[in-house]
Design a protein around this ligand. Structure first.
Ligand SMILES: Cc1cc2nc3c(=O)[nH]c(=O)nc-3n(C[C@H](O)[C@H](O)[C@H](O)COP(=O)(O)OP(=O)(O)OC[C@H]3O[C@@H](n4cnc5c(N)ncnc54)[C@H](O)[C@@H]3O)c2cc1C
Length: 367
């Protein structure tokens, strides 16, 4: 696959403009949630101004802030991509310069010692272009991040001693957030890089892993607890695609991409790993001739065995079945594979404990 560098230049330009104009929906929702929960009058006023600013920028197709930050481009080159690396970096730099000139950005980049501003958002080592390689044959991926200088000034680095453990990392992150306080422009997004060398950590903190949730239905809300949905909505690195199916997986030695079909399109997405959660089947084959199952293979217990007109059909004794008791008197069922069970760890463990008591009761009352 050959790369058209004019397309790269155009993409680098458009990405910078787009990143300065559009706030991702989760960040906007974060503002709204904050405005609702904030109790301090001054802070509420400030939040209100910021939310109005977002609306004005959207309505007038304008930048969200005059600070255009430090441009960072993360590039992933697929295995089957043919490209002159030097020319690729030059094309990205040209795109960055053009966005600044053609859109009339306020260039924030100055020479570190002479303070000369070339008015191009470029300078020594800027834009920062990180190049990496991916398994994907047919893709050149470019991600753009305008890093606000205010937040860059609140970048911190610490060498942790292994004996301090993970708690030391958590404490350090929290201390840094408290120390930064209101010095960074909101919304504050904390990037944490752990492990390797100092430069690797700082890079990792800027390239947060992304997760895409592909949902076959039209919303997560049907089957998922509200608290989980809120966490997903609040995570800036999690995207949700609804009314969608994964229809193909692609890769050589390992997975490299999946094809996702929505109502409107088929999209190929470079990806490192897939976690599939599409429901469960009870593993009751082999006992279905012995214990009564429902039409999906879950084991019937207790009062459910007596449903219908013919009490004797599934239950042989005069006494009623005990809770959790299967159609075989004295055999009890606990957990997910029981018909009607709550599919949760706590209930499975609870039913297990109950089953032990019920076995004792059965043995004590047996003729
Ligand atoms: C992805 C996912 C996320 C979940 N998240 C949560 C959560 O956040 N909170 C929560 O409360 N619940 C959660 N659950 C549900 C929870 O895991 C189950 O409700 C719980 O594990 C049920 O316990 P169980 O003992 O009935 O079955 P299981 O945990 O499935 O145990 C059954 C065991 O029997 C073994 N087995 C099967 N057949 C045989 C055989 N013939 N011989 C011997 N062994 C056999 C299996 O290998 C398995 O180890 C989640 C479930 C999934 C799949």
């Amino acid at each position: 696959m050959k790369i058209d560098l004019r397309q790269v230049e155009e993409a680098a330009k458009e990405l910078y403009i787009r990143a300065l104009k559009r706030l991702p929906p989760d960040v906007k929702q974060g503002f709204d949630a904050l405005a609702k929960s904030e109790t301090d009058a001054g802070a509420r006023r400030m939040l209100g101004t910021m939310i109005r600013n977002i609306g004005v920028a959207e309505d007038t197709d304008n930048l969200l802030c005059q600070d255009t930050g430090i441009p960072i481009y993360n590039v992933w080159i697929g295995r089957g991509v043919e490209v002159d690396g030097v020319a690729l970096k030059q094309a990205i730099r040209r795109g960055c310069e053009r966005s600044t000139r053609e859109y009339s950005f306020r260039s924030s980049i100055v020479h570190p010692t002479t303070r000369v501003n070339e008015q191009t958002s470029c300078g020594r080592g800027v834009p920062i272009i990180n190049v990496d390689f991916s398994e994907d044959e047919e893709a050149l991926v470019i991600e753009m991040l305008p890093k606000g200088s205010g937040s860059e000034n609140n970048s911190w680095l610490r060498m942790a001693v292994p004996a301090e453990g993970v708690d030391a990392i958590k404490t350090f992150v929290i201390d840094c957030v408290l120390e930064a306080g209101g010095k960074t422009c909101p919304p504050t997004i904390v990037g944490v890089g752990v492990g390797g060398t100092a430069d690797l950590c700082v890079h990792l903190a800027k390239v947060a892993a992304r997760v895409t949730i592909v949902v076959r239905g039209d919303s997560l809300a049907k089957n998922m607890s509200r608290y989980l949905i809120e966490r997903i909505e609040g995570a800036s690195n999690v995207d949700v695609i609804t009314n969608a199916n994964v229809i193909a997986a692609d890769g050589d030695m390992r997975l490299a991409a999946v094809v996702v079909r929505t109502r409107d399109e088929e999209r190929r997405m470079p990806i490192d790993a897939v976690f599939i959660l599409i429901g469960g089947d009870p593993w009751t084959k082999g006992v279905e001739a012995w214990l009564r199952c429902d039409e999906h293979g879950y084991l019937m217990t207790g009062a459910d065995l007596l449903a219908g007109n013919d009490r004797r059909r599934w239950w042989p004794l005069e006494r009623d079945p005990m809770p959790l008791e299967s159609s075989e008197p004295g055999a009890f069922v606990a957990g997910d594979l029981r018909h009607g069970s709550v599919k949760r760890v706590a209930s499975a463990v609870g039913e297990g404990a109950m089953a032990i008591q019920l076995v004792h009761r059965h043995l004590a009352t047996r003729d």
